[in-house]
Design a protein around this ligand. Sequence first.
Ligand code: GLC
Length: 652
Amino acid sequence: MIKKYIFGKPLLKTYAVIEEVKAGEKLPYFQITHDHKIRFTCPLEEKDLVFGLGENTRGINKRPGLYISYNSDNPHHRDNTPSLYASHNFFVLDGRRHFGAFFDTPSKIKFEIDRNNSGEIKVSTANQNLEVYIIEGDDSYDISRQFLKIIGQSFLPPLWAFGFGQSRWGYKDQKDFETVMEKHRENDLPLDWICMDIDYMDRFIDFTINKQRFPDMQGFVDKTRKRGIHLVPIIDAGVKIEPGDPTYDEGVKNGYFCTNKDGKFFKAAVWPGMTHFPDFFRPEVRQWFGQRYKVLTDLGFEGFWNDMNEPSIFYSEYNKLRSLWHLSLNFYFPHSQDKAVDNDKKHDYHCFFNEVNGQKVKHHLVHNLYGGYMTMAASEELQKLLDRRFLLFSRSSYIGAHRYGGIWTGDNESLWEHLKLNICQMPGLNMCGFLYSGADTGGFGGKCDRELLLRWLAFSAFTPLMRNHAEKGSRRQECYSFGDTADFKSILDFRYHLIPYLYSEFMKAALNHDLLFKPLSFVFKDDERVRTIEDQLIVGDSIMVTPVIEKGATGRKVYLPQPMTEVRYDGKEFRCQKVEKGEREIKVALNEIVFYILKDKCLPIGKAARNTSELDLKDVYLLGDGKTYQQYLDDGYSRNVCPEKIRTINNK
Ligand code: GLC
C-alpha cells in the first residue's frame, strides 16, 4: 500500500512518480518538526537495517551514515563523502517493521541514519515544500517492487549495450580507436562498443566533430559498425560560448540558457572554457537540445553518454579568482576534500536561475533534477530520431531519469574500496529504478594494476553496463595493456557466455518492475546470517555472485544459505559441483569466475562471441538443477518489447 503526503506547495512536479497515488492524512512512522527546516525523525530499533538511497557511499546497509542529496562532481570520494553525482531519495527500513519512504524534492535533503549512534533516522531539508511517499508491504523486497511500479519501467537498451565497452579519456583520433579495435581483435578479446570522450569534438564544443582527427566520421562510424562495433560519443551539459556555433547561436537567439540575477545568460567554465547551461526545465529547451543529437545520429551514432550534468562547474563568473586558487590547491592535495572549493560550487548553484512553469527559480531549489532532465531531453528526441533502441547513460540523475537512460556511477579511483563500493551500490541503484548501470571498471583516476582490473572485470561481468574507463594521463588499463591477455580473455568470454541470461533477466526485471541485483536478505528472508552480508549478491532469479575484492587474495570465504550448485569458469569450460549449505573457503584464480546457482534454478549459457552481433540468444544450454528456465527473447533492438516474448526451456 502506498500513500502520498504533501508538505507546503511543491514548486513543480518532479518526474519521479508517474502512477496516481492517493494522498494520506497523517504521515506515519515519522515525527515532524518545523523551524527554518523541516525534519522527519523515526526511531530505529537495534536490529533495523536501512537499504536503498541509490548512488551513495558506504555499504548496502546505509546504517550508520550521513547522506546528502545534492548532486556533486566528486572524483575523490571516500566512505565518508556525503554527496555523489545523483540523488536517489528512496530507502526501506527493514526490521520488525518494514516500510519504504521516498522524499520527493528537487533540492538539497539530508539523511542522517543512526549518525553518531543517535538511534534514529533524521531526514531534513530547508525546502519545506515536498511530497513524501510511504510504502508498506510484506517485506523489503515487496516494498521495493511496489516502488518500482509507481516510478515506471526502466529504460531499455539494445542488446549490444550488454557487450563489453572500452573507454578512455584521451583517445584522440581515428587511429587511436582503430588501435583499440585491432588490439581486441589480435588478442581475441570481445568488444561491442568504444566510448568517444571529449577529444572527438572540435574544441569540446557539443555536436561538433574535429575534422582533422576524423576526416570522414560517417565513413568511420560505418566501417566500425561493419565490424560489429558501436562508437558512443559523449555530450556535455555546458554549451561553449562560441558565436558561429549553431548550438550556441540558436540557444542565444531563443533564450534557451540559464540566466543570472541580471537576466543575462549565466557563465560557467567547464571543459570548453566558458559555457552556458541549457535550461532543461523548459520543455521547448529539452526538445531543441534533444534534436541537436541529430547531427550525430545522421552520422550513424546510436549511443551516447551525457556528462558534467550536475552541472559540474570549474569556476563561474562569480568566483573566478577564488576558485582558481582553490582548484590549484585541490590539484596538489586532491584528498584534502577542500571545503572552500565545495562551498564555492554550492555558492554557484545559488547564483543562477531556471525557468520552472514560467517562473524564474534559483537553481539550488531544483538542482537535483537538472542532470535527469538532460537525459530526458536526449532520450525523448532520440526516440524520434532513431527507429530502434539506443544506448544512453548519464552521470547525474534523479529517480525518474531511469525511464530515459542508464547511469554510470561517475568518477571513481583504482582502489579496492571502490570495487567494494561498486558491489554495494548495485542493489540500491536497482531499488531506485536504475537497472542499466555500472561503474568505471578498473577505476577512473589513479593507477590500476593487472590484479585489480581482473577482479573488477570479474564483478562487472554481471553488471548490465560493463565498461572499462580511465582518466587522461592515468596508467593505461585496457585489457591488452598488461602483457599476456589470456586471463582477460577468460573473463570477457565469460561475460559473453552470460549475456543470454543477463539480457533475459534484465528485460524481465524491467517489464515486471523487479530488481536485477538484490541483497541476499531479499531472497533468504528467514536466514538471520545473510542480513549483514555485503559482498555477495543475488543477480536475477537464478544466481548468487561472490566476487573477490581483496588485494592479494587467492580466494575468499562464502556463505551459502541453502545447498547450491557451484559454477567455476576458467576460460575453457564451466565446471559444476553441488555444495552444501553453510560456510565455504574457495580458491579463485585471477582468470576465474566462481558463482552459485540457487537450488531448483537454472540459467542459460550461450556461446562465446567476438561481439553481440555474433550471438544467437537461442543457442544456449542450461546449467543448474532447475527444471525449466523462462527466457525472454527478442531481436535485441526493436522497440516493441513485451512480456509475452518468453519461451520455456526444459532442463534435460
Ligand atoms: C568527467 C567524466 C569522465 C570523462 C571526463 C572527460 O570527469 O566523468 O568520465 O572522461 O569528464 O570528459
